[in-house]
Design a binder for this molecule. Structure first.
Ligand code: 0L1
Ligand code: MG
Length: 253
């Protein structure tokens, strides 16, 4: 018999101490996996972190194929996970971090439930090139769908570039992810559910379903446009998104 609270503590401790934990012994239901995620984040809130938005995961075919999974998932973002654009992360604070190129939305109004893409766009105050640092807390980055959901969908850091006018057509923007000046992933925003706005529509529905509707000021990370890349100490990561701009950070050795 598993206890939500025990698994939440195990995953929270793994993240906190950057120490991998074995994959869960027992399969969870989807519902229980999200319960574990909520309980694990509850521990962070008790330590003073604040929820600042959500991340969407497995929103591109490349990402689903990389991980052998075919459903969309989500996780919570906290203020402690935010990395300043042009700033750096400490490699030792992660288990085995990876990075993926994304688009971020900044909400200027609440957005909840089943909304149309037009309604979602009307609630957006800004869009930006963004990078997500994912770091599975499981050994060897190996997990099932429900394992990864329990582990806050591998969310561990996010970097957001300068906000741009949301009037920009996001349906097919070229995206180049560079590591140490070398292009490592080349993709398009179209890989994010055909248009990243669809990810925001899904985020509004899922967040409300969890009793935590999106509110003004929230950031929504729309999901990776390509497969993720491993990070190593000393790396300089840069994403350039056509017409939207750039975002970057370094990995401290
Ligand atoms: O697309 C995503 O952000 C999924 C993250 C969870 C899976 C992973 O760790 O790659
Ligand atoms: Mg992601």
């Amino acid at each position: 018999m598993f206890e939500v609270i025990d698994i939440a503590a195990r995953l929270d401790n793994a993240a906190r101490h950057a120490k991998a934990t074995p994959q869960l012994e027992q399969p969870l239901t989807l519902e229980d996996a999200y319960r574990v995620q909520a309980a694990s984040l509850g521990r962070r809130y008790q330590r003073g972190e604040n929820r600042v938005g959500i991340k969407m995961g497995f929103t591109s075919r490349a990402k689903m194929a990389q991980m052998g999974i075919d459903e969309m998932i989500w996780g919570r973002l906290t203020d402690q996970m935010l990395v300043e654009d042009g700033g750096s992360i400490d490699f030792a604070a992660y288990v085995h971090p990876r990075v993926e190129p994304e688009i971020a939305f900044l909400l200027k109004a609440p957005l909840a439930g089943r909304v149309t893409p037009a309604a979602a766009l009307a609630a957006v105050g800004g869009v930006a090139a963004a990078l997500e640092v994912i770091d599975s807390r499981y050994e060897n980055f190996k997990f099932s769908l429900t394992d990864v959901i329990a582990d806050n969908s591998s969310s561990s850091g996010f970097v957001v570039g300068p906000w741009s006018d949301p009037a920009l057509d996001l349906s097919n923007l070229g995206m180049i992810l560079e590591i140490d000046g070398e292009a490592r992933q080349i993709g398009s925003s179209a890989a994010i559910l055909g248009n990243p706005i669809r990810s925001l529509v899904a985020a509004a529905r899922l967040a409300e379903g969890a009793g935590e509707p999106l509110k003004a000021g929230d950031v929504v990370m729309a999901g990776g446009a390509t497969a993720a890349e491993h990070l190593s100490p000393g790396n300089h990561i840069r994403l350039v998104v056509q017409a939207l701009g750039r975002v970057e950070f370094r990995v401290r050795p």
